[in-house]
Ligand binder design. Structure first.
Ligand SMILES: *Cc1c(COP(=O)(O)O)cnc(C)c1O
Length: 387
């Protein structure tokens, strides 16, 4: 009998996880093993070597695939390992069109590593589908988009970009790290691949680094699975367990992140010493209407510009007490950062200023603490940063 389709929060807790067949343990065991005993050469229970296949990883891969509404999931040792493995499926000479407001490490691996192997990359404003179209060449095989983007929180139309890609026989990959599948499921909107840094919202507790790729395309899944094993950037069993524990509370956490971020964004918008606030939940945000059509919440990330010079911005981010000054995002605790010198330091200054990532931009990962404490903390840091 076919199981009825379960809803998101139920899948978050249960998908991919069965009680342990040996003991009935309700939590997926952390199988700390690199190999498995065979009855005879090649005779085994589907597990031969832990780089190739691993039971804790398999549970996580099934869980993440279910959350993204995909048939196949593959896990990696980091978000960058997931990204790199997808690019390794291309051939030398192939071309990729990517959004210009990207995670700094993605830009770095494209331009500093894969370009050396004969792959071509063009970076365009992907919020404008026409500029994506203009950048396509007969060699373009893949379009790579982050939405909401990092750190400008721009919104790209996934449906229209997928239509454009497919009309030319090109694949579309979405880095869904900022939204998480609780807020946006790109495969349902036509994307071919979803990539995540599970380090962020999926893990959710800033205690693990990981990545994944989810797809519905069986042929590509086989290609990527081959690379996962051949290249070998696989996560360890405890890492998989931690992400699996994280996804159980993803819907709860995301709803609080969204609620708190909305309140913080509205507060900053009214603040006389803030010049600009970027948050897709604000009706003033240029991508707000589009976000409403492809997301079911606006997420926990905000960026803003404080009035005054770079030195003032630096004083402000060093003066918060609840927000910690740190790289990364998506954990239960609130973080504050300076993209130009931290996460996006690897993007040339002229490049980033062209798309709005100015020196004074400040990024917040709004956590799930009491929102009043968050607002008061930002207010006192802004006040003490005055010259
Ligand atoms: C962090 C991040 C990555 C890279 O992931 P790691 O797990 O740090 O390797 C990729 N994309 C986005 C949007 C990220 O925030």
């Amino acid at each position: 009998m076919k199981e009825p389709k379960r809803r998101f929060a139920t899948e978050a807790v249960h998908a991919g996880q069965e009680p342990d067949p040996a003991t009935g343990a309700i939590m997926t065991p952390v199988y700390l093993t690199s190999t498995y005993v065979q009855q005879g050469p090649g005779q085994h229970k589907g597990f031969d070597y832990a780089r190739t296949v691993h039971p804790t990883r398999l549970a996580l891969e099934r869980n993440l695939a279910a959350l993204e509404g995909g048939r196949f999931g593959l896990c990696f040792s980091s978000g960058m390992a997931a990204t790199s493995t997808l690019i390794q499926a291309l051939e030398s000479g192939d071309h990729v069109v990517a959004g210009n407001d990207l995670y700094g490490g993605t830009y770095r691996v494209f331009t500093k590593v894969f370009q050396r192997f004969g792959l071509g990359f063009s970076f365009v404003d992907s919020t404008d589908v026409k500029s994506v179209e203009r950048a396509l060449t007969p060699k373009t095989r893949l379009i790579w988009i982050e939405t909401p983007s990092n750190p400008m929180l721009r919104i790209t139309d996934i449906r229209r970009t997928a239509e454009l890609a497919h009309s030319k026989g090109i694949k579309l990959a979405i880095d869904n790290t900022f939204a998480s599948p609780a807020l946006q499921t790109p495969l349902a909107l036509g994307a071919d691949f979803v990539v995540h840094s599970t380090t962020k919202y999926l893990g959710g507790h800033s205690d693990v680094v990981g990545g994944c790729i989810v797809t519905n395309d069986e042929e590509w899944h086989q290609k990527l699975k081959f690379l996962q094993n051949a290249v070998g950037a696989v996560p360890g069993p405890l890492d998989c367990f931690l992400v699996l524990r994280g996804t159980k509370t993803l819907p709860l956490r995301m709803s609080k992140h969204c609620q708190n971020a909305m309140a913080v964004a509205e507060h900053l918008l009214k603040h006389p010493e803030i010049a600009k606030v970027h948050y897709p939940g604000l009706t003033q945000h240029p991508g707000h209407a589009l976000a409403r059509t492809q997301m079911c919440g606006f997420g926990g990330m905000i960026s803003f510009e404080l009035k005054g010079d770079l030195e003032r911005a630096k004083r402000m981010i060093s003066g918060t007490k609840v927000f910690s000054l740190a790289e990364s995002l998506g954990g239960v605790e609130s973080l504050i950062g300076h993209p130009a010198s931290m996460t996006h330091g690897s993007i040339p200054r002229e490049e980033r200023i062209k798309y709005g990532l100015v020196d004074g931009l400040i990024r917040l990962s709004v956590g799930i603490e009491d929102v009043q404490d968050l607002v008061e903390d930002l207010d006192q840091a802004i006040a003490q940063s005055r010259a």
